[in-house]
Ligand binder design. Structure first.
Ligand code: THG
Length: 274
C-alpha cells in the first residue's frame, strides 16, 4: 500500500482551531516540519500538502511548504490542489531526488485536465485522477466507472505511464444513500478489471461524513476497498489502528509474502495497546 499522509491540510482543525492554517500563514517551519516527519516516521510514503483554505496565498504557501519540508524531512511530496498555478510553483522547486512528485489531482473537467496534464508530463509526476467531470461525481457506478475509464485513456494517450496513474473512485457519504459504499467498491473492482496496472487511491474519510463514530466506518471502507483492489490511501498514518489494519489486510490478501511485514511489525511492538 502506498500511504499518502493527510495531516498537512490547512482545513484540518485541532481542538476546533485552525492550527495548521495559522502555522502556514505565520511560516512556522518547525511546526510543519514536525507534522511531516511524524508522518514519514509512521510509514507515509508521500506527505500530502493541502493549503487550499489560503485562497490567494495558496500558491506561495504550497511552494513554501515544499521548500521548507524537503530541506529537513525525507520522503516524497504530494501536491493537493486543483490550482495549476499552485501545482506549478510547488513542482518548480521540488527536489526529485526524494522520489517522483505526486499531483493531487486531475479530473476529466476540460480546463483542469488541459492545465494540469502538461505539469504531470513536464515533471514526470504521479497523478491522482478523480473519477469526475463537469457534471460532478456520478452517483451511478456504471457512469462513474465510464468517467474514470475515459480519464485513464486520455492520460495514457497523452503519454502518462499507467503505473503513474492513481484513480480516486470518490464517494458520497453513506448517510446520504445506502448504496454509496457498494458503488465505490464496484467502481474500484471494475477499474482494476479493465486496467490491472493502474493504481487506486482514496481519501476514505469521505464515506463517513455526517455519521457518528466515523473512525469505524472509515476502517471498514478501507479494508473493503483494499479487498476490491485499492492499493493506496490518503489517510492519517499516525492512526496506529488504521495502519495495523492495513498490515493485516495486506497479509490476508496475499500481498505480504509469508506475512513477513506483519510479523516484523508485531515483533517491533507496533500493535501493542490497540
Ligand atoms: N481524495 C483525494 N485527495 C483528498 C481527499 C480525497 N485530499 C483531501 C482529503 N480528501 C484527504 N485529506 C484529509 C485531510 C484532513 C482531514 C480529512 C481528510 C481531516 N479530518 C478530521 C481530523 O483529522 O480531525 C476528521 C474528519 C473531518 O472532520 O473531516 O481534517 O478524498 N484525492
Amino acid at each position: 500500500m502506498l500511504i499518502i499522509g493527510e495531516r498537512i491540510n490547512t482545513s484540518r482543525k485541532i481542538n476546533k482551531e485552525l492550527v495548521i492554517e495559522n502555522a502556514v500563514r505565520n511560516r512556522d517551519a518547525d511546526y510543519v516540519v514536525k507534522l511531516a516527519s511524524d508522518q514519514v516516521d509512521a510509514g507515509a510514503h508521500y506527505v500530502d500538502l493541502n493549503c487550499g483554505t489560503l485562497h490567494e496565498g495558496e500558491a506561495h504557501s504550497l511552494q513554501w511548504l515544499t521548500e521548507t519540508i524537503q530541506a529537513r524531512v525525507p520522503g516524497a511530496l504530494c501536491f493537493d490542489s486543483p490550482s495549476a498555478e499552485a501545482l506549478a510553483m510547488a513542482l518548480e522547486v521540488y527536489d526529485t531526488g526524494r522520489g517522483q512528485p505526486m499531483i493531487n489531482s486531475i479530473t476529466a473537467e476540460t480546463e483542469r485536465f488541459d492545465q494540469i496534464l502538461p505539469l504531470a508530463l513536464k515533471h514526470k509526476a504521479k497523478v491522482i485522477a478523480l473519477a469526475m467531470d463537469e457534471a460532478g461525481i456520478q452517483p451511478d457506478g456504471q457512469k462513474r466507472y465510464e468517467v474514470a475509464l475515459a480519464l485513464i485513456r486520455r492520460l495514457t494517450d497523452a503519454g502518462v505511464p499507467i503505473d503513474d496513474i492513481y484513480v480516486d473512485p470518490l464517494t458520497f457519504p453513506i448517510g446520504t444513500g445506502s448504496d454509496f459504499g457498494v458503488v465505490m467498491l464496484d467502481v474500484v473492482r471494475r477499474i482494476k478489471d479493465s486496467f490491472p496496472d493502474v493504481h487506486v487511491t482514496a481519501g476514505v474519510s469521505n464515506v463517513s461524513h455526517g455519521m457518528p463514530a466515523r473512525k469505524i466506518l472509515n476502517e471498514a471502507m478501507l479494508v473493503l476497498a483494499m479487498g476490491a483492489g485499492m492499493d493506496s490511501a490518503i489517510i492519517d498514518p499516525m492512526d496506529r489502528h488504521l495502519m495495523a489494519l492495513i498490515a493485516a489486510s495486506e497479509s490476508i490478501l496475499g500481498l505480504d509474502e509469508f506475512s513477513m511485514n506483519y510479523i516484523a511489525l508485531a515483533r517491533a511492538g507496533k500493535f501493542e495497546g490497540l
